[in-house]
Design a protein around this ligand. Structure first.
Ligand SMILES: Cc1ncc(COP(=O)(O)O)c(C=O)c1O
Length: 344
């Protein structure tokens, strides 16, 4: 099977499996797991943040971050195509009483700064007492999953940061694939993180760790996030067996993301030449390829037919499909995927 459904299907490398077996461990809820402590210090340094905490997943990282930023009844201003809004079970609302305030997402994954400004409504002033839920946090996503792995400009982050500072609001970055953005642009992740308050980064996608995400930010934020992690059942004990591969994800696997980007471009160029597929391959910057077929009803049928030929891709909305390159996918796999879809 050529599995292009997601980079979440990656399996740990042999070095990661060794790290799991050999990890020095302790009780992390007491702060005594040396491997977890090493991972958190390493990640905080790479992300240019004061502190970091290891969590079970990207979804947990985003949830715990929002819980740490917002009280019940506060708004999270979020793109209407954001992973946080679409795919995280509404957990910030369900568990934290946080109100999502969605704003339109542009094709490149940005939210118009004017639209964010309009979403920051006065919480209680002389003329407008207590109509609105007060704003609590602005959420951005980079790379942007539903927009096709687009990379947002650091300059755009600076603009949103200026607006956020004007209103005293924190920014949370869903940086599930922030290292893909960094590799694609040839800059460190701090190019973006210097403009935000907190960030969530997945170790388990293209970086191939079996489990886990990092959230990072100021020490006071990370302290609150640790408490929230515990309250959603995410206080892990001898978690060094998971942090060990997480360290390898950060030290050994970042560089290889370039290979995924090259393969994604190869895939995109091949697909864009297939009659019936609509795709602008020049917009593929990282490891996600989103494409359209003419008939909106066709996406599900095409994905099912491809499966029968040994290719897994994800239906991604009416007439849309998504293919993601990752650790374990070769250039030949991408050529074969194009051939399978061309035959269809
Ligand atoms: C942009 C983005 N954020 C968050 C997540 C959630 O990560 P996890 O699957 O580890 O919960 C994903 C997962 O695909 C994602 O693409």
């Amino acid at each position: 099977m050529i599995d292009l459904r997601s980079d979440t299907v990656t399996c740990p490398s042999p070095a990661m499996r060794r790290a799991m077996a050999e990890a020095e461990v302790g009780d992390d809820v007491y702060g005594e797991d040396p491997t977890v402590n090493r991972l958190e210090a390493l990640a905080a340094g790479m992300l240019g943040m004061e502190a970091a905490v290891f969590v079970a997943s990207g979804t947990m990282g985003n949830l715990v971050s929002l819980l740490a930023h917002c009280g019940r009844g506060q708004e999270a201003i979020v793109g209407d195509e954001a992973h946080i809004f679409h795919y995280e079970v509404g957990s910030a609302s369900a568990l934290g009483g946080i109100v999502f305030h969605p704003v339109p997402t542009s094709a490149d994954g940005t939210l118009a700064v004017d639209a964010i400004a309009a979403a920051i409504r006065p919480s209680a002033n002389r003329y407008n007492l207590y109509h609105y839920a007060p704003p609590g946090v602005i959420c951005l996503e980079n790379t942007h999953n539903r927009c096709g792995g687009t990379v947002l400009d650091p300059a755009y982050f600076a603009e949103v940061a200026a607006l956020a500072a004007q209103h005293g609001l924190p920014i949370h970055l869903d940086g599930a694939r922030l290292f893909n953005a960094a590799v694609a642009r040839g800059v460190p992740p701090t190019a973006w993180t210097r403009h935000v308050t907190s960030v969530q980064v997945c170790l388990s996608k293209g970086l191939a760790a079996p489990v886990g995400s990092i959230i990072a930010g100021p020490a006071s934020f990370v302290d609150r996030a640790r408490g929230m992690r515990k309250s959603v059942g995410g206080g892990m004990r001898q978690a060094g067996v998971l942090a060990g591969p997480g360290i390898i994800a950060l030290t050994d696997m970042v560089g290889r993301l370039e290979e995924d980007h090259v393969n994604a471009r190869l895939l995109a160029e091949g697909l864009s030449a297939v009659p019936g597929i609509q795709l602008d391959s020049s917009r593929v910057e990282t490891n996600i390829v989103v494409f359209n077929v003419q008939d909106p009803a066709e996406a599900d049928r095409l994905a099912a037919a491809a499966r029968a030929e040994g290719l897994l891709i994800s239906p991604f909305g009416p007439g849309r499909l998504r293919a993601v390159t990752h650790y374990g996918i070769t250039a030949d796999d991408c050529r074969r995927a194009v051939e399978i879809l061309r035959q269809m």
